[in-house]
Design a protein around this ligand. Sequence first.
Ligand code: AMP
Length: 295
Amino acid sequence: MSAAFEVKRTAAEFRAACDALRAEGGGFGFVPTMGALHRGHLALVAEARRRAAHVAVSIFVNPTQFGPHEDFTRYPRPLERDLELCREAGVRLVFTPSPAEMYPAGERTRVRVSGLTETLEGPFRPGHFEGVTTIVSKLFAASGPAVAVFGRKDYQQLKVVERMAADLLLPVEVVGFPTVRDPDGLALSSRNAYLSPEERTRALAVPRGLARALTLHRAGEESAGTLRRAVLDLVEPAATRIDYVTVAGADDLVPIADSERVGRRALLAVALFVGTTRLIDNIVFSEDNAPVTTP
Ligand code: AMP
């Protein structure tokens, strides 16, 4: 018989259900999401299940992490399908609060991480990470997980959440999981649903560019400029607009100038638009596998 599956909509009910799961013993894992679940999310759930006996998932399109001109309203919300996927994946508990439940009238508190939030996505999405760290700290406070799994697809988010948990002395192990991709290399994202077939083909320039840079780095290329240019050569013709193609320190996220050498381990991160859809992707040299084998 499979274990019970519960869905909670209020923070108080969610907290009580988490307390009950924790009391069953064996460890309690948590995977926060915005829903429209795909294989990437389900891989995080599987990883959480490897590390903990019981796993909870939150599905919440968090308004405070969207800018005024971003896609909060049109973000996909296929809740019934998501719940079924969670149930099939062995999730014990799903939290699907309303915005008013997470941000009741009169609330005044925000959680902000400095430094790490100021490069890469920072300038392009003002307030985004403050929204992320605020909601993640609220979700951690309500659920009290021993382990929480985040995707390396959102590499900067992972680093920011790791820092937040350490700085706030939260008793949670933050685990990063490798980016899950389609066979042609495109990183899975709920936002891929916005792409037309033609745009999706153009978007393949991103994993191909990252793969080309990884191949060069493996062959000994260490010039940040050369590695960045390898990506730009492929993505420039495909993108409608490029926010950034940046090489940065894999831990401090500080950009590395074109004239500098990257060393063994460094982040190469991309953010661009194909049509009206904003895509992000990244690799860490010496850590990640090639996104696709034929660049
Ligand atoms: P989201 O629902 O987009 O907020 O993502 C929820 C979690 O799933 C975050 O930790 C993401 O980094 C992670 N995630 C999203 N897409 C992928 C992917 N393709 N591979 C691995 N993790 C992912």
